[in-house]
Write a protein that binds this ligand. Structure first.
Ligand code: MLT
Length: 202
């Protein structure tokens, strides 16, 4: 069973890559549509709602505490999300998407890259951390990844995002990692950098 409540908006311009929008804890499928349009106005947008509830707040996988993940659930939920993307690609006739994930959504996107690299064409990871302590050896050859971290992020320690960048680079991804003068919340710089970066991929 891989049904996700979701929103889909078709592409406005044929040359723009589809985006898979992945919200943060407590968000939903509507949250990132505006962000998606800002960073890539022509793109098809596929935006699922996380199927795990934490005190009523949708997420993409279970956690034991803030920053402490139920890794079996990470693997299971990444599989479900990958299946959903494959189904949606057939249904809507879209290419492999670039994930745009924030916080918990960025963490499941990172897990998807490591576990099922074929699902994504690339990723913008906003405030992501290492999703698995013992990830498989993925082949991310040439996949573009933009990782934007906040230097004062109380949830993601600087060493953790650096480790994620290293992990993805070692797997062959073409990683751009920027540490912004921000906390866990997004800043204007995130939007500008994401928009500029996506304009250069493809
Ligand atoms: C997570 O649980 O994925 C991270 O702690 C980020 C968050 O959702 O707060």
């Amino acid at each position: 069973e891989s049904a996700f409540i979701n929103r889909f908006e078709p592409a406005v311009s044929a040359g723009s890559p589809p985006l898979l929008l992945l919200h943060g804890t407590g968000g939903d499928e509507n949250d990132l549509l505006g962000l998606g349009k800002m960073i890539s106005p022509g793109s098809a947008l596929l935006s699922p709602r996380g199927r795990v509830l934490e005190h009523g707040m949708p997420r993409f996988f279970r956690r034991l505490a803030e920053g402490v993940f139920d890794e079996d659930d990470v693997r299971l939920r990444a599989r479900e999300l990958g299946d959903f993307v494959s189904e949606a690609r057939k249904q809507y006739g879209i290419a492999a998407p670039i994930a745009v994930g924030f916080s918990n959504g960025a963490n499941i996107a990172a897990a998807l890259l490591l576990l099922q690299p074929e699902v994504l064409a690339g990723a913008i990871l906003l405030r992501a951390m290492v999703p698995l302590s013992d990830p498989p050896t993925a082949d991310l050859a040439g996949k573009p990844v933009l990782l934007l971290s906040g230097q004062g992020d109380p949830i993601v320690p600087p060493g953790n995002s650096a480790k994620l960048a290293a992990l993805l680079s070692q797997a062959g991804a073409s990683v751009t990692h920027r540490v912004l003068p921000a906390g866990h919340q997004l800043s204007q710089a995130d939007l500008t950098l994401a928009r500029d970066w996506i304009g250069k991929v493809d």
